[in-house]
Design a protein around this ligand. Structure first.
Ligand code: ADP
Ligand code: MG
Length: 619
């Protein structure tokens, strides 16, 4: 398949173009490229530094600011300053509900399985849009430093990211105006940066230990014939360098006899203490003692004390390493190489703990907070065909997927996936008693199927009549080495099954592929807007349905005022649903939700107490 580069600034095709590698991190993001000396290098846009804090601030005009400047608003305007958005990417509210405390901004609870949204000012943003802001900033910095348009990128994700998190990352790239050639696992990129996996005759087992700002993961990889396989991953998405900073802050609070309640009401002082603690932690990487003052507060700590403070957390990471080895059915002696990733592995105590557990010196020559981006740049260079020594596998040129609610494209096999490949996802019915399901298979990068190429359509017949949402229909795509796609649909409860074979490349010219790719990037913004409107509408409609049913069933537990107010909220939402105003729909839905939440709790309480009396209220 031909490689196409599109110069979005001029609309023309370019032959030689730089493809960048991007580490889109929870705490920090960065972009790297292969310099003219053929070495990977992190882009340092004059004076701005290598690391771009993954923080987005919105002013009251809704303009976004990204990086160090945005970070300064964390204390002064916390509700409009979004950090750690990567934790929310491709997640539903249920996934993150237990952790709302860790976010200072508002995450919308729509009480269903759809993806989370974040409220800043009067607007609602998806994590995809927020990540796109970070990617836009990285793209702009790269363009400024390299003095050339940058349109193509490889982006890294944690090895444990699922399908929907990977797809969300791709979408964020597209929304930032980037053609995302491949999503690469962070541990794979880090290994590549150390040259591991570049020799196709090499066979190795690698442990990659990644301790960042707020997350920890360890991955066990096997490389064979230049292909990386993830054997296991383990970790904790709420453990990282931030915890070390917090431990130091607590230590200083105790030592100085500060009043915790008073401090809690002074976010600016708390933030200054946290920054001071990070400074101390970094100093203790190379010194044995840190000794400073913050106003009247003594900020002093020795390396030994610091190590005592973090020992338990570090021990947890080592437990994860054990677990990962167990899951991979390997022992320490099977590991050929250990790679350190993440800024927090600079702490000598962490390094020693990893070295002593794996009983070998880990790779730490490359800066651990840059190693992933550098590896991504190497992967980009391989994809650009600049490394003749490395075999490029066949890839599928366009994404393959099916039509879901509202005519949206749901990608099952993303473009540039290695062939052969298989992937699948589970769906359900939307109507009570639905016995047939139409499955329409499409190819392309647009969000609406009508803009993509239709490949096939068939009916899965004979689903036993059940309430909506109960049937489980697995749809599996299998793309073989000859480019034949087999689509199989199977309803798991009854076993009814249907299958078709398709040749996606049939009638597809290179010109068509080029055009489809350009269209997907030029329409990315309007596509995402349409997708979000469709999603907002179906969530809103669902909520109206639930709320109306609630009043019908449980109206006796509400006062007349509560009922009429609920009805007003429902009417307001219905009016919004009749418009194309996504933010208004979400706002009205949020208001209805907030208003009715206490009623649901009340009914639950009544249900519990009447259950004790042996009655059922559900009549
Ligand atoms: P992420 O992958 O989560 O985006 P990074 O790999 O950039 O994060 O790591 C950020 C963390 O590394 C922060 O907690 C930061 O304080 C920590 N860090 C950076 N430099 C050092 C250092 N010299 N010693 C200890 N920790 C450090
Ligand atoms: Mg990282």
């Amino acid at each position: 398949m031909a490689k196409i580069s599109i110069n979005l600034a001029t609309g023309s095709f370019q032959q030689e173009e730089i493809i960048v590698g991007i580490d889109l991190g929870t705490t920090n993001s960065l972009v790297a490229f292969i310099n003219p000396e053929k070495n990977p290098q992190v882009i340092n846009d004059t004076g701005k530094g290598l690391l771009v804090p993954s923080v987005v601030h919105f002013n009251n005009m809704g303009d976004a600011l990204v990086g160090n400047e945005a970070k300064e608003f964390l204390t002064t305007d916390p509700s409009n300053t979004i950090f750690s958005v990567k934790r929310l990417l491709g997640r539903s509210y249920k996934d993150v509900a237990g952790h709302q405390d860790t976010f200072s901004y508002k995450i919308i609870d729509d009480e269903n399985d759809s993806l989370v949204k974040i409220k800043a000012g009067d607007k609602f943003y998806t994590p995809i849009e927020l990540s796109a802001e970070i990617l836009k900033e990285l793209k702009a910095r790269a363009e400024h430093a390299l003095k050339t348009p940058v349109n193509r990128a490889v982006i890294t994700v944690p090895a444990y990211f699922n399908d929907s998190q990977r797809q969300a990352t791709r979408d964020a790239g597209r929304l930032a105006g980037l053609d995302v050639l491949r999503i690469v696992n962070e541990p794979t990129a880090a290994s590549l940066a150390y040259g591991l996996g570049l020799d196709p005759t090499q066979q190795k087992t690698i442990a990659v230990y990644d301790l960042g700002g707020g997350t920890f993961d360890v991955s066990i990889l096997a490389i064979q014939n230049g292909i990386f396989e993830v054997l296991s991953t383990n970790g904790n998405t709420f453990l990282g360098g931030d915890d070390f900073d917090r431990a130091i802050v607590h230590y200083w609070i105790e030592k100085n006899g500060l009043n915790k309640e008073e401090l809690a009401t002074d976010p600016i002082l708390m933030q200054s203490l946290r920054l001071k603690a990070e400074e101390a932690k970094i100093a203790l990487t190379t010194q044995n003692i840190y000794n400073e003052k913050l106003g009247e507060i003594w900020c002093s700590i020795t390396k030994i004390t610091f190590e005592e403070l973090i020992a338990a957390r570090v021990a947890e990471t080592i437990d994860s390493c054990k677990q990962a080895l167990n899951d991979a059915k390997l022992s320490i002696s099977d590991i050929d190489e250990v790679v350190l990733v993440g800024g927090s592995t600079r702490t000598p105590y962490v390094k020693q703990a990893v070295a002593s557990f794996f009983d070998r010196k880990p790779h730490d020559q490359i800066n651990p907070d840059e190693v992933v981006a550098l590896g991504a740049a190497i992967q980009a260079d391989i994809l650009a065909g600049n490394r003749s020594d490395i075999l490029l596998l066949d890839v599928t040129p366009l994404s393959l997927g099916i039509e879901t609610m509202g005519g949206l494209m749901d990608v099952i096999i993303p473009r540039n996936a290695k062939v052969p490949t298989k992937a699948g996802r589970q769906y359900t019915t939307s109507l009570d008693g639905q016995v047939n399901m139409k499955i329409s298979v499409y190819q392309g990068e647009r969000d609406l199927v009508q803009e993509n190429r239709k490949l096939a359509e068939f009916d899965l017949k004979g689903i036993p009549a059940m309430p909506a949402g109960l049937p489980k229909v697995d749809i599996n795509f299998l793309l073989n080495a000859d480019g034949i796609l087999t689509v199989q649909a199977i309803e798991l409860r009854s076993g009814v099954k249907q299958e078709v074979d398709i040749k996606p490349s049939y009638g597809l010219t290179d010109d068509t592929v080029e055009k489809m790719l350009i269209d997907s990037i030029t329409h990315a913004k309007s596509d995402v807007e349409q997708r979000m409107l469709i999603e907002a509408r179906s969530e809103g409609e669902q909520l109206v349905y639930t709320a109306e049913r609630f009043i019908e069933k449980h109206g006796v537990y509400l006062t007349a005022d509560e009922i009429s107010n609920t009805k007003e909220h429902i009417a307001a939402l219905k009016t919004a649903l009749g418009t194309a105003e996504k933010d208004d729909i979400l706002k009205k839905a949020d208001e209805l939700n907030e208003f009715t939440r206490p009623f649901a709790e009340r009914v639950m309480d009544v249900a519990v107490s009447s259950a004790m009396k042996g009655k059922s209220i559900d009549k």
